[in-house]
Design a protein around this ligand. Structure first.
Ligand SMILES: [Zn+2]
Length: 325
């Protein structure tokens, strides 16, 4: 699957969505049809009480969205509880349009979403990040495996020949599973935390942390190159990282370090999943709650440092992956 083309302007991007968006809006034009689809997404095998797992309930329709009361323990829940939709006052019809637009190639900026669904910029921005939160959670459960290649790359300043890190330079690690024919089958692009950098260079410990976090090393043959200017770097991975940067810059006009990882995860999600809308909706309905406070409270690096003890055990166990620099 390819993610291109990168659009020349936001107007061109919005136009490309117009026809298919209108068809989508006609299909999900009422809250009732959205409730029905979300019910199937949340409970694909029928209602299940979150407290006692009982399978029968009473439906109470006094509010905007139905309340489901367990026929056994009386516990009340709704379709949006414990999902990215929780406590949102935005109608489901608009939420559905936002999910649809974010899962189309090449996606949409918050300002274009604001105009298309008629919300404030803050609401559009929050909805966008909640959808990306669901995408990140969905992809975090799948590790790279098989033939795996890892390369260093960067977002931001395109070329910095010095050994010092430029403030606009954000070192990345790009990892991909490859088919026997050499095409990418699953992609991950991750920011490298400061603790795994010496100026703009990724340390071997940073590479090992990436493998620990994102590769099923029991089922993988891993090759890596983390040397910034090495001629042995993988051209395919470098090209993907460059395209991710172009996509972020053309769609979102550039992103700072704090939220960069969410956009990188969004790019990888679009490359990794060519799924129907119902599957994307199921992922949104199974992702955990994400609030505005959580998003703005993230550390500026966009990377949550992990305890060093999480990294060392695997290194000491001499797992069977092969690493080269
Ligand atoms: Zn119950």
């Amino acid at each position: 699957m390819t993610i291109g083309p990168v659009f020349d302007s936001q107007e061109e991007l919005a136009d490309s969505f117009h026809t298919s968006l209108e068809q989508f809006k006609r299909h999900f034009n009422k809250e009732e049809s959205c409730v029905e689809a979300l019910y199937t997404a949340k409970w694909p095998n029928g209602y299940r009480c979150p407290r006692c797992s009982f399978s029968q309930c009473y439906t109470i329709r006094r509010r905007r969205l139905p309340i489901y009361e367990c026929g056994s323990c009386g516990h009340q829940t709704s379709l949006t509880v414990n999902t990215i939709f929780e406590k949102s006052r935005t109608p489901l019809t608009l939420w559905f349009q936002a999910v649809y637009l974010h899962t189309q190639i090449p996606a949409i900026s918050a300002i274009n979403l604001m105009h298309l669904i008629g919300t404030t910029y803050k609401t559009a921005w929050l909805i966008s990040h909640k959808i990306r939160h669901a995408m990140t959670q969905s992809d975090s459960g799948k590790r790279l495996s098989g033939l795996v290649k890892i390369n260093c790359a960067q977002y931001g300043r395109p070329y910095n020949p010095t050994i010092y890190r430029h403030p606009q330079e954000h070192p990345l690690l790009v990892g991909a599973s490859l088919s026997l024919e050499g095409s990418l089958t699953h992609l991950k692009i991750k920011q490298v935390p400061n603790e795994h950098l010496v100026e703009d260079r990724v340390t071997p410990l940073g590479r090992d942390a990436f493998i620990y976090d994102h590769v099923d090393s029991r089922k993988s043959m891993v090759t890596s190159n983390i040397l910034k200017f090495s001629p042995m770097r993988d051209r395919q991975l470098l090209s993907v990282a460059k395209h991710a940067s172009l996509w972020i810059n053309s769609t979102y006009c550039g992103i700072g370090a704090k939220h960069l990882q969410a956009y990188l995860d969004h790019y990888c999600y679009l490359r990794n999943h060519n799924s129907p809308f119902s599957v994307h909706l199921s992922r949104c309905a199974s992702a955990s709650v994400c609030t505005y406070k959580m998003l703005i409270g993230k550390p500026d690096t966009g990377v949550v440092p992990r305890p060093i003890t999480l990294i060392y055990p695997q290194l000491l166990n001499k797992t069977p992956y092969l690493v080269s620099c």
